[in-house]
Design a protein around this ligand. Structure first.
Ligand SMILES: [Zn+2]
Ligand SMILES: [Zn+2]
Length: 325
């Protein structure tokens, strides 16, 4: 199965957590947290249309300036989603520079702040010197972005400050059945993307496609596409280790194909983890196991463990693959 999302951490697990998700067949990418992003190529930065920020501690937010600088001349707007104070934090960053020479630039930044039951959107336009314009507020259930290809969900957790966790999921995944393609004598081509789009949008059965100068209806082509369960990727970091948070996370990330989760401290430093509102690696492994995720990527380790023989990653994996319930 060809995945719809190609996802990788930008940095090593001892550095700032940032997840880069490329959407296949679209010149587009998503970013989860925006710590140090100097390892991303200019071409990667140009593809980023949406940034999802868990909270604005400096290790999750310092790369925002780098991204804005890279996309100043871009027509496609940038959308940023974050916790209740995200709009003030972005406004503060933009006010930190002088913008008298950018009136001609096309870039627009839409910021969406998420609280327990409300989403509020504000815009910052280069043509308006990045002055803040407040727009609508709408009720928030758990969906923050619905795209034809995927849905992004969020929940608010506690890190002594509100901290969001995110998941990206496809309703279903469409694979092309090569055998059926060959049996029908059909060539591979851009029409396959149109077919997938028609299926995703539930187009009528008589929708037609022209392939090698011949007309085919959607109904005739339906068995070329095989529908399977969609991918789910979750991203959770900087979470206070208490029952309420842990219960909410297990529910939220359940059955993820991949869970990216912090493992800041080792279990031997449990007291420190509680004081700093972080998880221990053992708890990270337990969450992943109880939520029955397929793959766990532990990240965001305290740099103090760099030279340890057993890293938080090892501890998390050991707990994840253990058989205790
Ligand atoms: Zn952090
Ligand atoms: Zn933090």
């Amino acid at each position: 199965m060809k995945p719809t999302f190609i996802h990788n951490l930008v940095n090593s697990p001892f550095e700032d957590p940032t997840l880069f998700v490329r959407i296949m067949h679209e010149k587009r990418a998503l970013l989860f947290d925006i710590g140090n992003i100097s390892k991303l190529q200019p071409g990667d930065l140009q593809k980023i249309t949406d940034v999802f920020i868990t909270h604005t501690h400096i290790d999750h937010f310092i790369g925002f300036d780098t991204l804005v600088r890279a996309i100043l001349r871009r027509d496609t707007p940038l959308r940023v989603y974050g916790p209740p104070n995200i709009t003030e934090c972005i406004e503060g960053k933009l006010r930190g520079y002088t913008w008298n020479l950018i009136k001609e630039y096309p870039i627009k930044i839409d910021v969406c702040s998420i609280s327990n039951n409300k989403k509020s959107v504000s815009s910052f336009l280069a043509e308006n010197n990045f002055q803040r314009i407040d727009k609508e507020s709408t009720p928030f259930d758990d969906i923050i972005l619905k795209d034809p290809l995927f849905t992004i969900r969020a929940i608010q957790l506690d890190h002594q400050t509100p901290c969001l966790a995110f998941s990206i999921g496809e309703e279903f995944h469409i694979n092309i059945n090569k055998a059926s393609l060959e049996a029908k004598g059909l060539p591979v081509g851009p029409w396959l993307s149109d077919l997938k789009k028609a299926i995703r949008e539930c187009s009528p059965a008589d929708t037609y496609f022209v392939i090698s100068h011949k007309r085919y209806s959607l109904e005739e082509l339906r068995d070329v596409a095989q529908i399977t369960k969609g991918q789910k990727i979750s991203y959770v970091t900087d979470i206070a280790m208490h029952d309420n948070n842990i219960k909410k996370i297990i529910e939220f990330v359940r059955n993820s194909d991949t869970l990216y989760c912090e493992a800041y401290f080792l279990e031997e430093d449990r007291e420190r983890a509680l004081e700093r509102f972080h998880l221990t690696a053992k708890v990270t492994g337990m969450i992943a196991r109880k939520a029955r995720v397929k793959r766990l990527v532990a990240m965001h380790f305290s740099p103090k463990y760099r030279r340890y023989r057993e890293t938080p990653g090892d501890e998390a994996m050991k707990e994840f693959s253990s058989s205790s319930s």
